[in-house]
Design a protein around this ligand. Structure first.
Ligand SMILES: [Zn+2]
Length: 344
């Protein structure tokens, strides 16, 4: 079992409340970096000194926050109203078990039993505003265990099913795990700055201040990108598919990725015999959008692990894709030179 993926995905870190996962990551990297700090927003920024062969400064980003819920109101019946933190499809919520606040109080997102549904209710989506979390409380104080403003996240145990793994928050703990593995490797030709960033899911907020603060010569963003490869619909090719290798971004809703870096990534994959797939250009976005537009601009590109069922309580990744993202990102960094970034 991959203990790194297990520990990272089972840790809690809904956007803006990343303490638990940040402390876990700090403890996992501290022996492999030369310095680390936590900035004003809560980003964990670490430097791994290079061999001195190159004076480039390279940032590798992986956001450590996960989508979740925030308690907005406690009713006189003890039921908790909530709002999404990050993008949610309400289809994914009913009947799910959540853990709330630092004390990890268990709650259930209530659902009307199918036996009692009336005609028409089968076909309609239940609005998040009408859902409640039930913690078995009786009154407005939530049994004194829960406060307005507390975060809630899903309770999902990490499991491996053959070559795949299922867990919550692979978006983006899979990227965090890959970045930790990069820090554990031998020094790179240049100083590598690793940023485990906060608040990506609510608008790339952590990465914005990291990019401003660090202003590197180039940035690599490690992500877990939604794979829609099942069910098979006629004449619909998947955007990315599990098991087919790292997903390389070219364009999404917020960026056109740096073409020099995209070319360098695909060349490196071919040279090292690492499978890869071009993510179907289109919607979505990553921290690349915030990073590449900072200051006078930063060349940036994204490598992602495909993940099914993103932004639901249970995601699935292929462990070969994860291993290949680590391999590819390491090879990309080791062969990154000023020449790659030259432009006439
Ligand atoms: Zn993400």
């Amino acid at each position: 079992m991959n203990e790194l993926l297990k520990n990272l995905t089972e840790a809690v870190g809904v956007s803006g409340a990343e303490q638990e996962v940040r402390r876990l990551i700090r403890d996992l990297i501290v022996a492999h970096v030369d310095e680390w700090r936590v900035d004003a927003l809560g980003n964990l920024i670490a430097t791994k000194k290079g061999t001195g062969a190159s004076d480039l400064r390279v940032l590798v980003d992986a956001h450590m926050d996960e989508v979740g819920l925030m308690i907005t109101e406690i009713g006189s019946d003890g039921m908790l109203k909530f709002a999404p933190v990050g993008g949610f499809d309400s289809h994914a919520l009913l009947g799910k078990v959540v853990q709330i606040g630092a004390r990890k109080i268990t709650g259930i997102i209530g659902a009307k039993p199918i036996h009692l549904l009336e005609r028409g209710q089968y076909d309609s989506v239940v609005d998040i505003d009408t859902m409640r979390i039930d913690i078995g409380a009786k009154g407005k104080d939530g049994n004194g265990k829960v406060k307005v403003g507390d975060r809630a996240t899903f309770v999902t145990q990490y499991e491996e099913l053959g070559k795949t793994a299922v867990a919550k928050a692979f978006d983006n703990r899979a990227g965090c795990a890959a970045l930790i593995e990069l820090l554990r490797a031998e020094p790179y030709p240049f100083d590598l700055i690793a940023a485990f960033t906060v608040q990506e899911e609510v608008g790339l907020r952590g990465a914005e201040v990291v990019a401003y603060n660090v202003h590197p010569d180039a940035a690599l963003i490690l992500e877990c990108t939604p794979a829609y490869d099942l069910p098979n619909e006629d004449d619909v090719s998947p955007n990315v598919a599990l098991g087919k290798g790292p997903a390389i971004y070219v364009m999404d809703a917020g960026t056109i990725q740096d073409p020099r870096l995209v070319a360098h990534i695909t060349r490196t994959a071919v040279a090292h015999n690492i499978p890869y797939q071009i993510r179907k250009p289109g919607g979505g976005g990553t921290n690349t959008a915030a990073i590449q537009r900072t200051g006078a601009g930063i060349p940036a590109a994204t490598i992602a692990i495909p993940g099914r069922y993103a932004h639901t309580p249970t995601m699935m990744i292929h462990l070969d894709d994860y291993a290949n993202v680590v391999k590819l990102a390491e090879a990309v960094l080791r062969s990154l030179t000023a020449e790659v970034l030259r432009r006439d």
